[in-house]
Design a protein around this ligand. Structure first.
Ligand code: FAD
Length: 621
């Protein structure tokens, strides 16, 4: 049958990409349908119960700045919060939260159910309806046809999913869920490049069988961090500790002795696994000289005894998993509640996508999440948001939007994927961004919320909170610039004490804040009143301390943008351009771009390489 109501956007898959896509599309005002296998698994965390971390929290905060769900759900579900790299510079600081799996899912479902313009329907999708290279609808397992202007595919690890435990394997989308095989076959018949990747998860353990006195305690941070720009500490549920355990030589012996029973080492799995989240058998094999690896023992939630031993993801047979777990100090009597496993699945080469995440071959069809070769909830959520925005805009006849690399990690993520593709599950790192100092997790709202408002994604409540914060930052910075401290006054003496030397002349509070020895709390109330608002104070301090570096990065961006149309001479001999890698040189020689802008858009030609070309052109003149 054909469903009587027509939609503007259909999103397939209720994981992290699909839920952000559906919410963003509906927030943009498009009539949206979210079709998923099972409404009970909306927003399910397939693997570790944690959100954020290095590089990833930047994406979460960007999703939040554009009105998305992930950070808000994390504040409602987070049972332990920490700021990683807190002693390093602000560019690499990252908030990470341990999330209660059930509370997280409930928070996401609540937002979906209460979102105007959004309809949910539980059923697997088997087919796409394509006419003249344009998608016009989808067909479900029971033959219901839903028609729409655009379709967003967010099917995660489900396409052609095969689960491996030791040498046994069976079809599955993740443990307990069916794969999406009919849809996988349909997609393989379209002109997209397709390949296999794999990822894995550790066995889960019953906390009642663990001796915590033998593990190292790892408490959360005080004061408690918050994930969403609109979030507050009061929203967090009860906070709990994590623990740290260690593998040992005995653990590694067990793994070595059983490698022939590992599907990866016996050649049963062909897909490439995540380099930065390797299985324990990979770690032991790759770093054979290491006698121990850390295992973070993380609670799965407040209402369960299940633990997630982060660091021992494995696809070894169950009997070996049990020996491995029980060889670890504190886990000698551990009971495994669910075996670990690996999953292999189809992903589509993201070089077949445009920046908007629309596919190049089928109009109005968008891909987002693990289907594009990424790994991680945050990477999936960020792509989902972007694809949802653009699917809605296309349906509404609006121009498509995407952020540049210098505006957002989301810009870096999409640009990396569509220009370079990926041979292994792609995860975000701060090192992937050229302009790290501009793209901090603390300023994602200042970078993106105004754009989000223009795109219709940011509601009045968020907008008013944002405007208040932005005004306070401007006012406080202006106050610090205009307030002067004289050496011989009481305030001057107080600063001198902190600095360990007298002030040589009059300084503004802003001048003082730039000094490495002084923080906002030291200078702000020397004269006048400090703002009581932590995020405002943090922003004022970071902008002051890193002003020079930030201005330099901004100059570089402006310079590159100005030179977008600069012609590259036809006679240019790339072999003579110093500093280019051989790979980039070859690509430029093959493509022979006409302008610097075109050069920068060639797959694999980095902004650094464009800078080198620019310098070379200047030298030639
Ligand atoms: P998913 O979260 O997989 O969601 C896909 C959704 O689509 C599901 O709701 C599914 O039911 C639905 N769906 C699929 N096909 C259809 C269809 N035809 N019709 C209707 N609905 C459909 N990430 C890490 O960062 N680190 C890790 O170590 C890690 N390990 C993992 C281990 C395992 C075993 C698994 C399964 C995943 C792991 N991940 C890991 C990945 C992480 O779970 C994903 O990156 C993230 O969930 C991807 O989000 P997504 O929205 O793209 O897909």
């Amino acid at each position: 049958m054909e469903y009587p109501d027509r939609f503007q956007v259909i999103v397939i898959g209720g994981g992290h990409a699909g839920t952000e896509a559906a919410l963003a599309s509906a927030r943009s005002g498009a009539r949206t349908l979210l079709l998923t296998h099972n409404i009970e698994t909306l927003g399910q965390m397939s693997c570790n119960p944690a959100i954020g971390g290095i590089g990833k929290s930047h994406l979460v905060k960007e999703i939040d700045a554009l009105g998305g769900a992930m950070a808000k759900a994390t504040d409602l579900a987070g049972i332990q919060f920490r700021v990683l790299n807190s002693r390093k510079g602000p560019a690499v600081r990252a908030t990470r939260a341990q999330a209660d799996r059930i509370r997280y899912k409930a928070a996401i479902r609540g937002m979906l159910e209460n979102q105007p313009n959004l309809t949910l329907f539980q059923q697997g999708v088997d087919d796409l309806v394509v006419e003249n290279d344009t998608v016009v609808g989808v067909t479900t397992q029971t033959g219901i046809r839903f028609m729409a202007d655009t379709v967003v595919l967010c099917t995660g690890t489900f396409l052609g999913g095969v689960i491996h435990i030791g040498l046994d394997h069976h079809a599955g989308g993740r443990a307990g869920d069916p794969p999406a095989n009919a849809l996988a076959q349909r997609l393989r018949a379209l002109p997209f490049r397709v390949d296999r990747l794999k990822t894995g998860t550790p066995p889960r353990i019953d906390a009642k069988s663990v001796d915590f006195s033998r593990l190292e305690r790892q408490p959360g941070d005080t004061p408690l961090p918050v994930m969403s720009y609109l979030g507050s500490r009061e929203q967090h549920p009860r906070q709990v500790d994590c623990h740290i355990a260690h593998t040992n030589e005995r653990t590694h012996e067990i793994i070595f002795a059983n490698l022939d029973r590992s599907p990866m080492y016996s050649g049963v799995i062909e897909g490439v696994g995540p380099r930065y989240c390797p299985s324990i058998e990979d770690k032991v094999h790759r770093f054979a000289d290491k006698t121990s690896h850390q295992v973070f023992v993380e609670p799965e939630g407040l209402d369960t005894h299940e633990l997630y031993p982060n660091g021992i993801s494995t696809s070894l047979p169950f009997d070996v998993q049990l020996q491995v777990v029980r060889s670890i100090e504190g886990l000698e009597n551990a009971h495994i509640t669910r075996p670990g496993y690996a999953i292999e699945y189809d992903f589509f080469d993201p070089r077949d996508l445009k920046h908007s995440l629309e596919t190049k071959f089928i109009h109005n069809l968008f891909f987002a999440g693990q289907i594009n070769g990424t790994t991680g909830y945050e990477e999936a959520g960020a792509q989902g948001l972007l694809a949802g925005i653009n699917a809605a805009r296309r349906a509404q006849g609006e121009s498509l939007w995407w952020p540049r690399r210098d505006e957002a990690y989301l810009g870096v993520l999409v640009d990396d994927l569509i220009t370079m593709g990926t041979q292994e599950p792609y995860r975000m790192f701060t090192s992937r961004a050229e302009y790290r100092l501009l793209l901090r997790e603390d300023n994602a709202d200042l970078r993106l919320t105004a754009t989000g408002r223009e795109l219709g994604l940011v509601d009045d409540h968020r907008w008013s909170a944002f405007e208040t914060k932005r005004d306070k930052i401007e006012k406080e910075s202006a106050r610090l610039r205009a307030t002067w401290i004289q050496p011989k006054t009481e305030a001057g003496q107080r600063v001198a004490e902190k600095l360990g030397q007298p002030l040589a002349r009059e300084y503004s509070l802003m001048d003082l804040l730039r000094r490495p020895e002084l923080g906002y709390a030291d200078v702000a109330s020397l004269k006048g009143e400090a703002v009581g608002d932590e995020p405002v104070a943090e922003q004022v301090e970071i902008e002051a301390k890193y002003e020079g570096y930030i201005a330099r990065q901004q100059d570089e961006i402006d310079r590159l943008r100005r030179h977008e149309a600069t012609p590259l001479p036809e006679s240019l001999d790339y072999a003579r351009v110093e500093g280019l890698s051989n790979e980039i040189r070859q690509k430029l020689e093959q493509a022979r771009p006409q302008t610097l802008g075109q050069a920068g858009r060639i797959s694999g030609v980095t902004p650094a390489a464009v800078s080198i070309l620019l310098i070379h052109l200047k030298k030639r003149r």
